[in-house]
Design a protein. Structure first.
Length: 467
């Protein structure tokens, strides 16, 4: 590594200068609250006490920090860059985007904002919005050529109140669908595919109660559309007109399709037959798949519970999420939707977590770990993302379920197998309807797990147990 400076304790590289220039606190030697770039016996101290001659004071705001070109700090450099990028053409920041500018300036790490503004798709999109070339609407962002840039900025704009709230999973699917339909221009069956998306897939997603859509909802809709398109492609390749499809032809396609593809295409078949695009034919039934998720043993589950509770070196949020899987059988998609408001306490100090209705009691010491996770949440892009118990990197969005599953797997918790083991242990201790209601599951899921566990509670007292 090339030497960037020579300090009293030796030569130092650019990376170490950057790291040292972000340490703040009270100097243990002189007691001043300021930047602590120096070291004394492994303890960070200020530049004066360390004898460092390098100046870290920003010539614009007077605050010590890592200086960029022009001897200004990163936050001042970010402000200068934002003023240029968000210029509406009159030399001023576009009025509608002022909340976005302020939110970006309030970021814990302005260096991340500077790096983002070096991204060409994001830069072009911000310029188009600031100058009015692109409308400031969800629809315009969904149609932007770079889906990633459009999606990230949409999260920022909704978090800052510039755009009205819209379910992020619905917005992701709408953006995906727009680009997919554009790519199918000239397709002989584009009309029916467009109607299938507009009158079957989108209404179902839009009708979902607020906050109930998960990542899998948009993914399922996208897969259903893709399977419908694949069937239309098969018709075209086989030289079969939609109206000329016979039962034998449908059976031939069905025999070659996988069970998942056949299931995902059934919605398109129903729509296409109702619309008159396809003749009314009988859909062959595929055999149901055998259960592939084998639960871990109770000994393994309890060992993982002990480790998550006592491992002081593991990340707090990973351990807390792991215990939600191991004790309450929660899937990653539901864990990431939890907010700090879901954690409550009564007059006795007992902690409750809202997974279903009513909230479940969280025993100690897990309750203490859960409260610590709520306090120690890692800072996301802007403060508006702080309501999530497991915040993600995108503004206003929780951690992605796939990311959480990866973190848990790395920690040694096999999520599907551990969740199945926890569910079966729970339904052996209480009636399945009670477990289902408390944990937010359907009665069918609880009953099937009880049957798999060999305990159906067939002698459970009859009556209405929801009162």
């Amino acid at each position: 590594m090339a030497t960037a400076a020579t300090w009293p304790d030796g030569r130092i590289c650019r990376t170490c200068i950057g790291r040292a220039s972000r340490i703040r606190g009270r100097c243990p030697r002189c007691g001043a609250a300021r930047l602590l770039p120096g070291l004394a016996g492994g303890t960070a101290i200020c530049r004066d006490c360390a004898g460092i001659t390098r100046d870290f004071t920003c010539c614009r705001c007077g605050i010590e920090g890592l200086l960029t070109s022009g001897k200004i700090c990163e936050r001042c450099a970010l402000a200068e860059r934002l003023d240029t990028v968000l210029d509406d053409g009159t030399g001023r920041v576009a009025t509608a985007l002022l909340p976005l500018r302020q939110a970006l300036l309030d970021m814990p790490r302005p260096s991340a904002g500077l790096a983002w503004l070096r991204n060409r798709p994001a830069l072009d999109l911000l310029t188009a919005l600031a100058t009015g070339t692109l409308e400031l609407t969800h629809e315009a962002l969904a149609a932007w050529p770079s889906r990633q840039a459009g999606g990230h900025l949409r999260d920022l704009l909704t978090s800052t109140g510039i755009l009205p709230d819209r379910d992020p999973h619905l917005a992701v699917f709408e953006s995906w669908l727009h680009h997919r339909l554009e790519s199918l221009t000239g397709h002989p069956h584009l009309g029916v595919l467009r109607r299938y998306a507009a009158f079957s897939l989108l209404p179902r997603l839009r009708a979902a109660p607020e906050g109930t859509l998960i990542t899998g909802s948009a993914r399922y809709a996208a897969r259903a559309f893709t399977c419908g398109q694949a069937f239309c492609d098969w018709l075209q390749a086989a030289g079969i007109s939609p109206a000329g499809l016979t039962q034998a032809g449908l059976d031939r396609w069905h025999a070659a399709a996988s069970r998942t593809t056949a299931k995902m295409t059934s919605g398109f078949f129903g729509f296409a037959m109702t619309e008159g695009f396809l003749p009314r034919l009988k859909l062959p039934a595929h055999p149901t798949a055998d259960a592939c998720t084998q639960p871990i043993s109770q000994e393994q589950r309890l060992a993982l519970v002990r480790r998550a509770l006592t491992d002081g070196t593991g990340p707090v949020r990973t351990r807390a999420a792991g215990l939600l899987v191991l004790l309450f059988a929660q899937p990653a998609s539901r864990i990431t939707r939890l907010t700090t408001d879901d954690i409550t306490a009564d007059g006795t100090g007992t902690t409750f977590l809202r997974l279903g209705d009513p909230p479940v009691c969280v025993p100690e010491p897990f309750a203490a770990l859960l409260r610590q996770a709520a306090v120690d949440r890692q800072a996301a892009v802007i403060p508006a993302a702080g309501r999530w118990l497991f915040p993600g990197q995108n503004a206003g969005r929780p951690l992605h379920p796939a990311t959480l599953s990866h973190l848990l797997t790395e920690y040694g918790i096999p999520v599907p197998a551990a969740r199945t083991a926890a569910f079966r242990a729970l339904v052996q201790r209480a009636p399945p309807p009670v477990i289902a209601q408390a944990l937010g599951y359907s009665g069918t899921a609880a009953a099937s797990n009880a049957a798999a566990a060999g305990d159906t509670w067939s002698r459970y007292a009859a009556g209405d147990h929801t009162r």
